[in-house]
Design a protein around this ligand. Structure first.
Ligand code: ADP
Ligand code: MG
Length: 338
């Protein structure tokens, strides 16, 4: 086992539609992207020791680490979360490199967790790996984040987006038309409030569910029966967003890109007005991108409060903008020698 040369890779992701639905048992259409994190090194010893090209200080985590959130430097908390959830028999010494922009909403954190878990020799099914890495992320960050990022990084497929049903954790693939351009543009605004405001929104949704029951497959008018106007808006977003996800998946499968783009615009409005997770900077960026000829849709992607916008366009419509991403295969690991 020891002395083997290991290379694990895991992609980032972009969510095309369906935000703040995962923790409500809803639906989303993300895809894994051709920006990825790679962990290389050898298994052995009693510690996980990694250097990252993105960080000045190495991470050095003992296999018996108790409290991931107390570990320093902060990026080592993600490794510590994986180690604490996985308790691998052997440590690891190696390096991390990544083309996923860090802290931008393209899920460099899930790419790191998944590639580290595979490098450490995770054995089990993809769903178990996603759950393990989700728990690792929650322990590292203290944020009660959902499972979309990890599932997408693990189950991505080249040329396809994924329809994830968070009620059943089932994943189906939809082929993306070839004549489509998907671009992620950073707003320049860091996601400062993301942690605390995310937890607030999650609590709102849980309160709405406690009053109304599950928000899946119900008419939008059900949200209006809630007495609290804030919860009414939150529920209206979640119910509407689930419906938009299904319509979007259908439109993509039929190659009706105009309709798909219009649903992205609707999604952004709902995140702005009902879920209140947009910012003026994100709204202006969406408006600017939509004003260009051939741009079919644009919306904030991820938790909101800054971060990125994803846009859909005809070929060439988004030239010169952001990261042009392509749907890619999910995480893999190779082990050589030893
Ligand atoms: P996102 O997942 O959208 O990129 P997060 O705030 O969830 O943003 O996660 C970013 C954090 O993940 C970084 O601050 C860092 O601690 C850690 N991280 C991600 N990728 C790397 C990397 N390649 N090297 C070191 N740390 C990383
Ligand atoms: Mg993240």
């Amino acid at each position: 086992m020891s002395g083997q040369r290991v290379r694990a890779r895991a992609p980032g992701r972009v969510n095309l539609i369906g935000d703040h639905t995962d923790y409500a048992g809803g639906l989303a259409v993300p895809m894994a992207i051709d920006l990825e994190t790679v962990v290389t090194g050898t298994r052995g010893g009693g510690r996980v020791h990694l250097r990252s090209a993105n960080e000045p200080l190495p991470a050095d985590v003992p296999l018996e680490v108790a409290d991931p959130v107390a570990v320093d430097p902060p990026w080592a908390r993600y490794l510590a979360g994986v180690v604490a959830e996985m308790r691998p028999p052997l440590g690891f010494t190696g390096e991390v490199s990544s083309t996923v922009p860090v802290g931008s909403g393209l899920s460099s954190s899930a790419a790191l967790e998944v590639s580290v878990a595979l490098a450490l020799g995770y054995e089990g099914d993809p769903l178990g790996l996603a759950r393990l890495c989700q728990r690792a992320e929650q322990r590292a960050s203290g944020v009660p984040s959902g499972i979309m990022d990890q599932l997408t990084s693990i189950l991505g497929r080249a040329g396809h987006a994924l329809v994830i049903d968070f009620a059943t954790l089932t994943v189906t693939e939809i082929g993306l038309p070839p004549d489509i351009e998907i671009v992620v543009v950073h707003s320049g605004q860091p996601r400062a409030l993301a942690g605390s405001a995310y937890a607030d929104r999650r609590r709102d949704v849980e309160r709405a569910i406690a009053e109304l029951g599950p928000l899946r497959d119900r008419p939008a008018s059900d949200a209006d029966t809630l007495t609290d106007p804030v919860l009414r808006r939150r529920a209206r977003h979640v119910i509407g967003e689930n419906a938009r996800v299904l319509d979007f998946a259908g439109a993509l499968a039929r190659g009706e890109l105009r309709e798909a783009g219009a649903l992205m615009v609707e999604s952004h409005r709902s995140l702005r007005d009902d879920f209140e997770v947009s910012t003026p900077v994100l709204d202006e960026l969406v408006a600017r991108l939509l004003a260009a000829p051939g741009v079919l849709g644009a919306r904030l992607t991820g938790a909101g409060f800054g971060g990125c916008v994803v846009a859909l366009g005809e070929p060439g419509a988004l030239a010169g903008e952001g990261w042009h991403v392509h749907a890619s295969d999910g995480a893999t690991v190779t082990v050589e020698g030893g």
